[in-house]
Write a protein that binds this ligand. Structure first.
Ligand code: NDP
Length: 402
């Protein structure tokens, strides 16, 4: 249970939003390795009550919240006699984010992570941001709110964490571009016609990373890289022309920064999310990591390819959306979430994911919906309406052969 003596002696108080997911799991692994350094305040999940309760008991959390309101009774039963407070529904997830913590991992998947992450931001604390949708949907406000509240946003996404580390080697005016690497996913060498017909099982076979289902499918379509380009733009205030993508199948170099003197500074590490998360957890210091040390002699070769914007149109669409601005990146993300869910439900082919995103973006622009977003609520409204538009377009995309 909670050790108040330890808290008094400078132990960091941490909360993990999305504790039962893939990033949550890596985060809990790091916390587990040094129990004397961390005290868990709040943990959240969507509907995995048993997983959440097990973690809450193991770490002596003060509060556990599940997003699905109907599961409150089950969570109460699972925590009975432990003294751990619990809640259910969106308000309980927000409460978890608002509870006092020195460090919060924001790892809820999808646009559902936006409001809780904003609640954490408003507390002016340090946030390890894994949820890229926060930036893709509402990047400007998110960063502005963080600045106003004095919150530290530490990128937990491996590529952005690499850039964050490399950027400290120079000044902003000396930067010429950043390079985000991409494994290329399971379909890197596939012909377009085969990618079109790829099955769910094939899309879920990522060559290097072990991640949640949605992001694994996004990696196969390279929509994930598109989301990361947008994420980098908002996070580091970069124009689309300052962000390059480089395919690097071994996933050892995660990101690079080129400076005006043509020096390129890179961050390397095994493809293990515990490395960027450990960097965020230790920041501004370094902690002892849990991932394997990098053995470059054993790896032997690092190879690179230019990305293919034709076989992977999702990447092209991300640059288009970023250049369009005014809510287009929010639409890009919303339409992709609808498309991925439809692919998982076997309503559309793999190749139709990008088509649904493109058609939704075009319909959005044709309808004259582009307008500057002036608040996070605007972004949430655009997200909501774009989902509806994508759902409306879905049947005709599903009916169309490639
Ligand atoms: P997972 O699907 O593995 O986990 C998602 C977590 O969020 C789970 O705890 C889940 O609960 C919870 N959750 C899902 N929906 C909701 C909701 N509506 N309300 C509240 N909680 C919810 O995802 P990942 O861990 O893979 O990814 C999390 C985020 O991190 C994503 O934004 C992803 O893009 C980003 N990311 C992930 C990387 C990775 O390696 N996995 C790498 C870089 C970024 P439950 O278990 O109950 O479903």
């Amino acid at each position: 249970m909670r050790n108040d003596k330890a808290v008094a002696s400078g132990v960091r108080i941490v909360s993990v939003l999305g504790a039962t997911g893939s990033i949550g799991d890596s985060t809990m692994d790091l916390l587990r390795a040094a129990p004397e350094r961390y005290q868990v305040e709040a943990l959240t999940a969507n509907n995995n009550v048993q997983g959440l309760a097990t973690l809450a008991k193991e770490f002596g959390a003060r509060f556990a919240a599940v997003a699905d309101e109907s599961l409150l009774g089950e969570l109460r039963d699972a925590l009975a006699g432990t003294g751990i407070a619990c809640g259910a529904g969106e308000s309980a997830i927000i409460e978890a984010a608002e509870r006092p913590a020195d460090w919060i991992m924001a790892a809820i998947s999808g646009a559902a992570g936006l409001k809780p992450a904003l609640a954490a931001v408003d507390r002016g604390t340090t946030i390890a941001l894994a949820n890229k949708e926060c930036l893709v949907c509402a990047g400007d406000f998110f960063m502005a709110r963080a600045l106003n509240a004095g919150a530290n946003i530490l990128p937990a996404d491996s590529e952005h964490n690499a850039l964050f580390q490399a950027l400290s080697s120079g000044n902003r005016h000396e930067l010429t571009k950043v390079i985000i690497t991409a494994s290329g996913g399971p379909f890197r060498t596939w012909a377009a016609a085969d990618i079109e017909q790829a099955t769910l099982a094939q899309a879920l076979k990522h060559p290097n990373w072990s991640m949640g289902q949605k992001i694994t499918i996004d990696s196969a379509s390279m929509m994930n890289k598109g989301l990361e380009v947008i994420e980098a733009s908002y996070l580091f205030a970069l124009s689309p022309d300052e962000i390059d993508v480089l395919v690097h199948p071994q996933s050892i170099i995660h990101g690079m920064v080129e400076f005006s003197d043509r020096s390129v500074v890179a961050q390397l590490g095994a493809p293990d999310m515990r490395i960027p998360i450990a960097h965020c957890l230790g920041w501004p210091d370094r902690i002892v990591g849990r991932a394997a040390t990098l053995d470059l002699a054993k790896i032997g070769q690092l190879t690179f390819e230019a990305p293919d914007f034709v076989r992977f149109p999702g990447l092209r669409l991300a640059y288009d959306a970023l250049r369009t601005g005014q809510g287009a990146t929010t639409v890009y993300n919303a339409a992709n979430e609808i498309a991925v869910a439809a692919f998982i439900a076997q309503q559309i082919r793999f190749g139709a994911i990008a088509r649904l995103v493109e058609d939704t973006l075009n319909a959005w622009i044709r309808a004259g919906n582009l307008a500057p977003l002036s608040s996070a609520d605007d972004a949430i409204a655009v997200d909501h309406n774009a989902r509806k538009m994508a759902a409306t377009l879905l049947p005709q995309i599903a009916a169309k052969a490639s």
